[in-house]
Design a protein around this ligand. Structure first.
Ligand SMILES: Cc1cc2nc3c(=O)[nH]c(=O)nc-3n(C[C@H](O)[C@H](O)[C@H](O)COP(=O)(O)OP(=O)(O)OC[C@H]3O[C@@H](n4cnc5c(N)ncnc54)[C@H](O)[C@@H]3O)c2cc1C
Length: 311
């Protein structure tokens, strides 16, 4: 991928960004610590917050025409950003692009709407099927890329279609069955498309039952996961036939620290940032965990967190 400095200097890029966005939508040299749940990462050259799909389309056309590199993110809850930061324009789609609309038992939500906010809207509509996602801290966009899931449910089960935009600003819809949803992956992991929104197909339900399910999942999450700590959720994917957390625990690694990074005491599947961890600390701890687990159980762990930024 090209880097910002290779195409234009920063001043020129700022000037170009200002042809599409207002000053307060553009941050320069923005610390990614502020935008990731891990609270780790160097500066992004630029971080921008488009306010509508139309504006995002203009932005994409401009970036494409000027060959300016970009990276799209949601809530940053599955990202590990390198210490040198990101040499591109980071496009953050979170609360800035978060409208929704309901039609019968279908609900369309824009990419930036958080799954928790969406689950509250769905509860008010007395629709069922989305409860599993209510405690996942990401956005609709991130959930499409990751096929986010929990407690036996995943996006694959409820996504009817996904509205996407390509690098040239062309908007089109993809059917749920064409999304190649797999375990914590989708077609969006290999195709460079921006998620603009998704339509979920749900069923009419009973408000109290929906609420009870959400409460049950929240209780399980609050007691079993280190949600008060800085992390990016489960560090590793679940290896077939095993649980990553159990393998790590049985390898004697509960609570093991490496500088600012630590295997959570509460849930060994989470690497947490104790406060001042660098990306390097986390990567070294991850490698140590992988090696220890492999040596003991001959099982290869694969990262679920997405590593981005300049090496
Ligand atoms: C405490 C905690 C608990 C968690 N529990 C769960 C869980 O139970 N189940 C689960 O599946 N995950 C869980 N996660 C991980 C994370 O919340 C999910 O992977 C979520 O789907 C990521 O969404 P996001 O908006 O934060 O995406 P980000 O982390 O910002 O991005 C993730 C990936 O999606 C891409 N992306 C994001 N938005 C867009 C978009 N609009 N268009 C194109 N690409 C985009 C990014 O480029 C990146 O590759 C947890 C994380 C934490 C911190």
């Amino acid at each position: 991928m090209q880097r910002v400095g290779e195409v234009m200097n920063r001043q020129e890029i700022r000037k170009m960004l200002k042809t599409v966005l207002k000053e307060d939508q553009i941050s320069e040299k923005e610390s990614m610590k502020k935008h990731t749940s891990f609270r780790i990462g160097g500066d992004a050259d630029f971080l921008v917050l488009p306010s509508s799909i139309a504006e995002l389309q203009q932005l994409m056309r401009m970036l494409n025409e000027k060959q300016i590199p970009f990276f799209v993110m949601g809530n940053g809850t599955n990202l590990l950003v390198r210490d040198k930061g990101i040499r591109s324009v980071v496009i953050k789609l979170a609360r800035n692009i978060s409208n929704y609309g309901i039609r019968g038992t279908d609900i369309f939500a824009e990419a930036g709407l958080s799954l928790s906010a969406l689950s509250r809207i769905i509860l008010e509509e007395e629709l069922t099927g989305f409860e599993f996602a209510s405690g996942i801290p990401g956005t609709v966009g991130g959930a499409m890329v990751m096929n986010a899931g929990a407690y036996g449910g995943e996006m694959k089960d409820i996504v009817k279609s996904v509205l996407v935009m390509d690098e040239k600003g062309l908007i089109f819809e993809m059917k749920g069955e064409d999304m190649e949803f797999g375990y914590r992956t989708s077609i969006l992991s290999k195709q460079r498309l921006l998620v603009l929104g998704a339509t979920f197909s749900l069923e009419k339900g009973n408000r109290q039952e929906i609420q009870e399910k959400m409460d049950d999942y929240a209780l399980r999450r609050n007691t079993k996961q280190p949600i008060q700590e800085a992390s990016a959720g489960s560090t590793f994917k679940r290896p077939e036939g095993y649980f990553a957390g159990k393998l790590i625990e049985d390898s004697g690694l509960r609570g093991v620290s490496h500088r600012g990074a630590q295997v959570s005491q509460l849930h060994c599947g989470f690497v947490i940032n104790k406060g001042d961890a660098t990306c390097e600390d986390v990567l070294e701890l991850i490698n140590m965990i992988k090696k220890t687990v492999y040596d003991k159980f001959q099982v290869s762990l694969e990262e679920e967190v997405r590593l981005v930024g300049e090496e």
